[in-house]
Design a protein around this ligand. Structure first.
Ligand code: BEZ
Ligand code: FE
Length: 299
């Protein structure tokens, strides 16, 4: 039996009122001078209202949501970007990356940029060391940069950055150190190589509202272990990506959905005393990996 006051005619009237509001809000953007802005705002309106109606959002929940966004805003400054973190944990960053880095032949897949890139990292020669004293097991990384026809790409700028074995990027120490980051250029045959440290898992910043959201959802803030790359070369699509460590238990649980099977690499552990590729003495164990980078044409 219908609730008192909730017969079919009333339910129809309620749905009509809700739909009429959507129509009015959508129409309010009809005059936007920029067609793209109009498309985005009208679609956003339809999807936002569909969400509100689907979950029958309560006024208390609306207040909680506004409080969440307000807290994210208060925490955000030029160093901490809680809204990007929110986009990351909702998979919105990865979806935007997927849309904007269309699959192209055998081009290497892209993944999240993250907040820890700096654009004045030191230059190293091929075979140099990006660790800058960052704690961790030495790791030899080598590969090539080619286009999708297999032609070597000489002079590609390769930016590399990573957290230390304690799970922190240099910029998180707040003492102006530079460690775990550098840039280098591919050689005439497209080859590159450098020493880094073996990546280890670390948590995304989780002391704010996004961390609270993860905790309330029973989700971990940990990211699968990874090494960041950004590769640029004239005429080719800029690639922002990482490589991940095969066997890492977090590959299926990365907090920002950044893992792609094609980016999971073997990091082969080398026993202490194993000769290194460049003869560098390494007293303890070390690891090595190979990452061949394939760049799509620029569009
Ligand atoms: C990172 O890999 O550095 C990262 C990515 C997304 C959010 C936080 C950190
Ligand atoms: Fe990272």
């Amino acid at each position: 039996m219908a609730e008192p006051g909730r017969d079919a005619a009333v339910a129809d009237e309620q749905a009509a009122r809700e739909r009429e509001l959507i129509d009015r809000v959508v129409a309010s953007f009809d005059g936007a001078a920029d067609e793209r802005l109009k498309t985005v705002l009208q679609s956003l309106t339809r999807h936002l209202h569909a969400f509100l109606r689907e979950v029958r959002l309560t006024e208390d929940e609306w207040t909680t949501g506004i409080g969440f966004l307000t807290a994210a805003g208060h925490l955000t400054d030029d160093k901490r970007q809680e809204f990007i973190l929110l986009s990351d944990v909702l998979g919105a960053s990865m979806q935007t990356i997927a849309i904007n880095n269309e699959a192209y032949a055998n081009a290497t897949e892209a993944t999240v940029f993250g907040p820890f890139f700096v654009d004045d990292a030191p230059r190293i020669d091929n075979g140099g060391d990006i660790s800058g004293g960052a704690a961790g097991q030495p790791c030899w990384v080598a590969g090539t940069v080619t286009d999708t026809s297999g032609n070597p790409v000489p002079g590609a700028r390769i930016e590399v950055w990573e957290a230390d074995e304690d799970g922190f990027y240099d910029v998180q120490y707040g003492d102006d150190r530079t460690a775990g980051r550098a840039h280098l250029f591919s050689e005439a045959d497209g080859a590159y190589r450098f020493w880094a440290i073996t990546p280890t898992p670390y948590p995304i910043p989780h002391d704010g509202p996004v961390g609270a959201l993860l905790a309330a959802s029973g989700r971990s803030p940990l990211r699968a272990a990874h090494l960041h790359f950004m590769v640029t070369a004239p005429g080719l699509r800029t690639l922002v990506t990482h490589i991940f460590v095969r066997g890492d238990e977090l590959l299926d649980a990365d907090s920002v959905f950044g893992v792609k099977d094609s980016l999971v690499m073997d990091f082969e552990e080398q026993p202490a005393g194993t000769p290194t590729p460049d003869g560098r003495p390494v007293g303890d164990t070390w690891s090595r990996t190979r990452f061949d980078i394939v760049l799509a044409p620029a569009t």
